[in-house]
Design a protein around this ligand. Structure first.
Ligand code: KG4
Ligand code: ZN
Length: 345
């Protein structure tokens, strides 16, 4: 097989992305990956506003594509195919991306390939490390939290996941409740380093229940209650804030470690010859979480892999790569490609 050049487009949440990849399944490399975030647009609202996100994607997509091609040193005519996130995500954003990709495909006559955003995350370790199927993937971000058994480019089994909030969302809400800057993950993690994780015993939701499902929404309620119990009028003491962050993070770490242990056991029962755990998603940047997962892997003789952060969080390179994998299976879409707000793997 011959190397292909793929243009990828991502716009399912609050990052607009375009990327150019060259290669084939298992051996592709990123020629360029442009990501334009929207944090400043949503900051005043305390969360992503779908309508604002969709407009920003529509405004930024063309310049992202032009920039990605320029950085790769290529023209649109040199691209072999166009891959685009067709869901799941905020529908206005997904539609912006799909319409942009359709326009490019019609104008150039190149094949169009719709990609599931979650498949993009789940296949990233093949792009960054060339790892072979199968492997276990823990996807943890602001919007997702699930364990996937990845057996092939389109063969995923969900072993469990959150039944409410994703961990990143819990970090972001915690930051909001404690007046720390957004995104909450990095600021809560930094604060937790200064605190005592044992002072406030936060719940470990669903640990007493069998299986790999998780729940993180109760943690923020517990955090709010504990915060109010230690507040002195309107003021939160610095030491208390650090202890709250440390206690919260310790609870998330415990839940993720234990549920990953169970998912790994299920995975290893099926694939004992290929013990590999891969993580992706913005929360995988957290050192305490990473360390806990690496320790767990060391204990069980499992190889641990995590893509570099820029490819862990939302980006278009992973979409282009998932497109290469789909295309290699002979799958292409046409102008009937639909944007899907929900699209389980
Ligand atoms: O993958 P991502 O960029 O976007 C999606 O949600 O798809 O992940 C962003 C999330 C945010 O909720 C952010 O607070 C969280 O990842 N995050 C972290 C850390 N860095 C980013 N959570 C915990 N610890 C971190 N160091
Ligand atoms: Zn994502």
């Amino acid at each position: 097989t011959q190397d292909l050049i793929f243009l990828g487009i991502e716009s399912s949440c609050d990052d607009t992305g375009a990327a150019v990849l060259r290669g084939q399944p298992g051996t592709a490399h990123v020629l360029s990956s442009v990501v334009v975030g929207q944090n400043d647009l949503h900051a005043a609202f305390g969360g992503v506003v779908p309508e604002i996100a969709a407009r920003a994607h529509a405004e930024k997509l063309d310049t992202c594509v032009i920039e990605a091609l320029a950085q790769a040193g290529l023209t649109l005519a040199q691209v072999d195919a166009i891959a685009v996130t067709a869901g799941p995500g905020l529908i206005g954003g997904v539609l912006s991306g799909v319409m942009c990709a359709k326009g490019l495909a019609v104008a150039t006559g190149k094949p169009l390939i719709g990609v599931n955003h979650l498949a993009g995350h789940a296949l990233t370790p093949r792009l960054t490390d060339g790892i072979a199927f199968p492997y276990l993937m823990l996807l943890v971000s602001g919007g997702h939290c699930q364990f996937l058994m990845v057996r092939g480019p389109q063969d995923f089994t969900r072993l469990g996941g959150t039944i409410d909030d994703a961990p990143g969302e819990a970090f972001d809400k915690t930051a909001r409740l404690l007046a720390l800057p957004q995104p909450g993950g990095p600021s809560v993690e930094a604060e937790a380093l200064k605190g005592d994780p044992k002072r406030f015993p936060f719940p470990r939701p669903l640990l007493d229940r069998e299986g790999c499902d998780m729940s993180f929404s109760g943690l923020k309620t517990a955090l709010l209650r504990t915060r109010d119990s230690v507040m002195d009028g309107d003021a939160l003491r610095i030491g208390d804030r650090a202890d709250l962050c440390a206690g919260f993070q310790a609870a998330v770490v415990d839940v993720l470690r234990e549920k990953t242990r169970r998912a790994l056991a299920l995975y290893l029962a099926e694939s004992p010859a290929q013990p590999t755990l891969a993580v992706a998603g913005g929360v995988a940047a957290n050192t305490a979480i990473r360390t806990a997962l690496m320790d767990l892997c060391a204990e069980t003789g499992t190889t641990f892999t995590a893509p570099p952060l820029a490819l862990c969080t939302d980006n278009a390179a992973m979409i282009a790569y998932a497109g290469i994998e789909r295309f290699a299976l002979g799958e292409v879409d046409d102008m009937t490609l639909m944007a899907r707000p929900r699209w389980p793997l």
